[in-house]
Structure formats: structure tokens, C-alpha cells
Design a protein around this ligand. Structure first.
Ligand SMILES: Cc1ncc(COP(=O)(O)O)c(C=O)c1O
Length: 378
């Protein structure tokens, strides 16, 4: 089965008891112990063993071509678990272009706790290599395309650098999704998703996930950490996520076609300084993206509005179809002035509007943004 078929049929699993195509939700927090004191069902308590996770984790592992997956309560719970699985004193590299709250956590809690965090430009292979310290660097974390400038990391090259230094490569692939890129096939060790975004796709749950290339001792440690920290989703969220993943491919493909058309339309526009989208031949990371995003360039782009911060905020104020809201990856298109959100350490330009393209008619989205850009001049 091709990945799109796996997703649509959620691996084709049928509930054995009822023959149901859509699986049941198991809200139970606890499971009965056998009379001889064993747990032959393999489940004792739902923080560790929630049956509603099984199918969603199996589908995600299959889509990423990984050995196993684990659901978490949020993308942040999944990402921070990877860093917390290291030891105080370990050196890690993280990208300068990174989801802002993870940067903030790395600069505060993770650093206070003892991780040596160094931020590098993940588009610069020479800089990444120079920053690794053999034996001390335990993790290279990257995000590609990186929110909100969509910098592209060359995953195959960075995996080689990481492994030569004795480090793991972990990739936040929330924006790419397994539709566009499969980081494990390119040499990454761990893939992370904010399942809140494209995997679910309907802006109605908070969730996260990790997928591993090999089910090794480090994966066991991550799974233990998940149980100990307790950052697990509820059964209903896991069920919603499985339902959302069934339409992952058509949603992401539609959004990517629309994002490409929107990016091309606003390139060279009188009221737009710059369009940032990996699918544009003029984009700095385009050649690498064309190699490693074989399923499309994704549904995220940003525009830098002429007239600076004032004009950008005014443009967002005038949209009618785009929704002025944070988050990404839903079926409805969202627009956001990112610098207002990201805080003082953010390199995000003040004239930047982030666009999460949904599945609406492309001409409606273009027309609405055109009108808002014009209205913002007044
Ligand atoms: C690229 C990326 N990674 C991680 C996260 C964090 O995910 P969550 O909000 O599910 O904790 C987000 C959320 O916006 C994101 O956009």
C-alpha cells in the first residue's frame, strides 16, 4: 500500500469484536488484573497503555517509515521529551529559525537544567559541522521548513554530520508532514510532529507525536519519560487524530497547490516586498526542498508587506475570508503577524505575515488578500 492508501484506510484495521470500520474509543483509565496476578492483556493503566493510541501510532509509524510512534499531549510535550531524554551537560544544536516557544524553552528551562544549547543556521552546513563537538554533542534538532521563514535544512547532509559526531538527528516535520518529506528515509533518527496541525487538520485538538527509525534503548527511554512526565493525550484526542489522518494526503496536496499559486501571484506584487515559499525557484532553499520535498512544498508561506509592521498588521486587520488566528495546518486558511507573537529573541521580520493555506478555493484566498493589502494602504 502507498502512504496515501495507508492514511485513507488507517492501515485497513477492522475492529475484531464488532467488525467496525471506524474504531471504538477506549476511555477506561484502568484495566483488570488476571486472578493469578498477571496482566496478560499487556495493559494496566491508561497513562502508559491506552488502546485508543494503538492504531493512530501504527498509522503514523507507517507513514513515516519508522519502527514505532508515540503520541503525546501536545507538540511541545513531544519536543521537550526529546531534550529531557538527554543528560545535564550534553551539548545540543538547535536552529536559529525554530518554533518560537521551543526556542524560549531551550533558552530558559533547558539551559537552567544543564543542557548546553547552541543555535546555528541550519541552512549552513559548514557552520553546523563547525559547531558540533565530537563526543559532547548528543543531539542536532532541526525544523524544516522552519516556521515562519521556511528555511530548509538539508536533512541527508545534516544526518551525516550528526552521526559523524556521535549525535542523533531529530526533525520537527510538522510543516512538511509525511506527505512532503520522510526524514527517517533521509537518515534522521527521530521525527516530531505537532499533531495539532496537519496530521489532525481540523483545528479541534492539541496533540503531538514522535516517530523513531529504530526501536532502540533511547526509544525505550523516551517512552518511559512519556509515562513519567504524563504528557499523554486523552482517548478522544487520539481517536480524533486517527480520523483526521485519513484525509491527510488530499488536504496537504490541495493546500500545497493553492500555496504555490498564492506565492506566485504575490511575487513581484506592488504591495509585497518578498514572498517566502520553498516552491518558488527564487527561494534560497528551493534546490534542497525540490530534492527532499518530493510530495510537494507544503501549505505554509509568508509575505513581507511593503510599508513595514504597520502595513502588515493593517493587512491582517482587513481580511474577510482568511482567519486572523495563530496555529497552522487546518482546513481553514489562517493569517498572522508573527512578530507580535514571538517575543524579543525572535529573528522574525516585523513586516512578515504568516499564511497557513487551507482547502478553500484558491481564487477566494487570493482575492481576499489582494483586497486587504489595498485596504491597508488607506
Ligand atoms: C512547527 C511547530 N512545532 C511545534 C509546535 C508546538 O506544537 P503544540 O502547539 O501542539 O504544542 C508548533 C505549534 O505551533 C509548530 O508550529
Amino acid at each position: 500500500m502507498k502512504p496515501a492508501t495507508i492514511a485513507a484506510q488507517a492501515l485497513g484495521w477492522i475492529d475484531e469484536t464488532t467488525r467496525a470500520v471506524s474504531p471504538p474509543i477506549h476511555p477506561s483509565s484502568t484495566f483488570v488484573r488476571d486472578a493469578d496476578n498477571q496482566y496478560r492483556s499487556g495493559r494496566s493503566y491508561a497513562r502508559a497503555d491506552n488502546p485508543t493510541y494503538d492504531q493512530a501510532e501504527a498509522v503514523l509509524a507507517a507513514l513515516e517509515n519508522g519502527a514505532a510512534a508515540a503520541l503525546f499531549a501536545s507538540g511541545m510535550a513531544a519536543a521537550t521529551a526529546v531534550f529531557l531524554s538527554l543528560k545535564p551537560g550534553d551539548h545540543v544544536l538547535a536552529p536559529k529559525a525554530i518554533y518560537w516557544l521551543l526556542r524560549s524553552w531551550l533558552l530558559s528551562f533547558a539551559t537552567d537544567w544543564g543542557l548546553k544549547v547552541e543555535f546555528v543556521d541550519m541552512t549552513d552546513l559548514i557552520a553546523i559541522k563547525a559547531a558540533t563537538r565530537r563526543g559532547a554533542t548528543k543531539l542536532i534538532w532541526t525544523e524544516t521548513p522552519a516556521n515562519p521563514t521556511w528555511d530548509i535544512t538539508d536533512l541527508a547532509a545534516v544526518a551525516e554530520i550528526a552521526h559523524a559526531a556521535g549525535a542523533r538527528l531529530a526533525v520537527d516535520s510538522t510543516v512538511a508532514t509525511p506527505v512532503c518529506t520522510r526524514p527517517l528515509d533521509l537518515g534522521a533518527d527521530i521525527v516530531m510532529h505537532s499533531a495539532t496541525k496537519y496530521l489532525n487538520g481540523h483545528s479541534d485538538l492539541i496533540g503531538g507525536a514522535l516517530v523513531t527509525r529504530v526501536a532502540d534503548a533511547h526509544w525505550t527511554r523516551l517512552k518511559e519519560l512519556r509515562v513519567q512526565l504524563g504528557g499523554v493525550p486523552g482517548a478522544f484526542e487520539a481517536w480524533l487524530l486517527l480520523r483526521g489522518m485519513r484525509t491527510l494526503f488530499p488536504r496537504v496536496r490541495t493546500a500545497a497547490v493553492s500555496a504555490q499559486a498564492i506565492a506566485e501571484h504575490f511575487t513581484g506584487h506592488a504591495l509585497v516586498d518578498h514572498v517566502l515559499y520553498p516552491g518558488l525557484a527564487s527561494f534560497a532553499g528551493h534546490a534542497v526542498a525540490a530534492r527532499q520535498m518530493q510530495g510537494g512544498f507544503g501549505g505554509m508561506l509568508s509575505i513581507r508587506v511593503k510599508g513595514g509592521e504597520r502595513a502588515a498588521i493593517a493587512t491582517a486587520a482587513h481580511v474577510r475570508i482568511w482567519k486572523r488566528a495563530t496555529s497552522i495546518g487546518g482546513v481553514e486558511s489562517l493569517i498572522e503577524h508573527r512578530a507580535s507573537v514571538e517575543g524579543p529573541h525572535s529573528p522574525c521580520p516585523k513586516d512578515l505575515l504568516r499564511l497557513s493555506v487551507g482547502v478553500e478555493e484558491t481564487s477566494d484566498l487570493i482575492g481576499d488578500l489582494e483586497a486587504a493589502l489595498k485596504a491597508a494602504q488607506g
